[in-house]
Design a protein around this ligand. Structure first.
Ligand SMILES: *Cc1c(COP(=O)(O)O)cnc(C)c1O
Length: 416
């Protein structure tokens, strides 16, 4: 266990979180390198013996040190912007193991991706195909591409993170795919290398994931029959993690086994692009109680982290476990609280209706905050973004300094 109590204090590996709060202040994201490596290893183990590449989805947590750790383990990367490409390269990741996804790639982003030599651009529309062909010809190259095909499968997850249905903005329609491949095959600036899908995030059951993989594999088969042979099949990411005791997802190995079953006999390289399942349970958001505010209808713990630091509860009504950093004494002064931040929005909560014993100054850890945490943070209410710390054993390293108010004002012109 990467986050466990030792002598009554919650630790990240061997580093006590109260000490980290003293050293680095709060709010603060703390990540465990061992947990990240273990999650990555689960994927490599499930794919052993298969020609496969795990492309970590950078948008889940794009800290340079997290990317460098994964690059060192041999990971490829799945990116959705030119900014993420720059991060991958700055972290020592390889362009030739990088997939570029996303519905709205700009001309500049496409040109940069081709110049840096990314492995593949995942196309999401016919208009994008035409744009990529034109840019590649102008640069005197052939762009390696795959289509992200919408398999029209209900991922049965939150509507904001469900992406594989026909009405979704993502991917090209399943019914259109063969025509698009045939058209692309005739374009001088295009080299067809693969096919992919991604049906949504925080999937808890392997069945829809495997079903999507099966539909994509069947398409690859039909394309091969028309003489279009692809190098890879990308089955996407979206494998869920455990946030609490409800709806505990199948482990990644179960997802991969089910998908591999659908791909039996296929020779293409298998690509999987997990984000949340690599980093989600590897991080916590450390926060300090500012005020205890008892009330008639609800009681509140006002803490120093807020929706600008961790948006998931406000955006998706997401549930995160909240643990006291110092293990509560039995029979203490526990009560039921909403854990809220200082931001001026009623939606600014981190957790609701939790039984906690907490006095002002006490530290809390918001668990499973390693994915879609810091990356979705903002400066709303002119709040500097939190610090990020990466732990390895007993060693803790500041991997992103806390922002300062001066840095927030720096891009604005002095008022006249
Ligand atoms: C976001 C995304 C992923 C990763 O999703 P997770 O739920 O974090 O695993 C994978 N592939 C694509 C194309 C994505 O957009």
């Amino acid at each position: 266990m990467s986050f466990a109590y030792r002598s009554g204090v919650l630790c990240a590996e061997q580093a006590p979180l109260d000490e980290l709060a003293r050293r680095f202040g709060t709010p603060c994201y703390v990540y465990s390198s061992a947990a990240i490596a273990a999650a990555y290893d689960e994927f490599s183990a499930a794919l052993r013996g298969r020609d496969a590449l795990v492309c970590y989805s950078v948008k889940a947590n794009s800290n340079l040190s997290v990317l460098a750790l994964l690059a060192g383990l041999g990971a490829g990367f799945d990116i959705v912007s030119g900014g993420e490409l720059a991060r991958v390269l700055a972290a020592g990741g390889e362009a030739r193991k990088t997939l570029f996804s996303g519905v709205g790639k700009s001309e500049g982003e496409i040109a940069a991706a081709l110049e840096k030599g990314v492995y593949c651009l995942n196309l999401e529309s016919e208009a994008e195909l035409e744009r990529v062909d034109a840019i590649a010809r102008r640069l005197g190259r052939r762009a390696p591409v795959a289509f992200r095909v919408n398999p029209d499968i209900d991922a049965r997850t939150h509507p904001y993170i469900s992406t594989g249905l026909r009405e979704s903005k993502f991917g090209v329609a399943h019914a259109d795919a063969e025509r698009l491949y045939a058209r692309a095959a005739a374009m001088p600036g295009i080299e067809l290398v693969g096919i992919g899908c991604h049906i949504g995030s925080q999937l808890t059951r392997a069945a829809p994931f495997a079903e999507a993989a099966g539909r994509i594999a069947a398409l690859a088969e039909r394309l091969a029959g028309r003489g279009i042979r692809l190098r890879h099949i990308d089955i996407g990411g979206g494998i869920g993690i455990r946030y609490g005791d409800d709806d505990v997802p199948e482990p990644p190995g179960g997802f991969l086994a089910a998908a591999l079953g659908m791909l039996a006999g296929r020779r293409e390289t298998l690509i999987v692009d997990p984000g949340r399942s690599i980093v989600g349970n590897a991080g916590v958001l450390l926060t300090r109680v500012e005020y205890v505010k008892p009330g008639a209808a609800r009681s509140f713990l006002v803490v120093d982290a807020a929706m600008n630091d961790l948006l998931r509860p406000a955006l998706y009504n997401a549930w995160h476990e909240v643990r006291p950093v110092r293990q509560a004494e039995q029979g203490g002064d526990a009560a039921v609280y909403d854990v809220v931040g200082p931001v001026c929005e009623s939606g600014d909560f981190l957790a609701r209706g939790r039984r906690l014993s907490a006095r002002p100054g006490e530290l809390l850890a918001v668990m499973s905050a390693g994915a879609y945490g810091m990356v979705m943070s903002s400066n709303y209410n002119t709040r500097p973004r939190a610090a990020e710390v990466l732990v390895s054993g007993a060693e803790a390293r500041l991997v992103r300094r806390r922002e300062s108010v001066e840095s927030l004002l720096a891009l604005e012109e002095p008022p006249r």
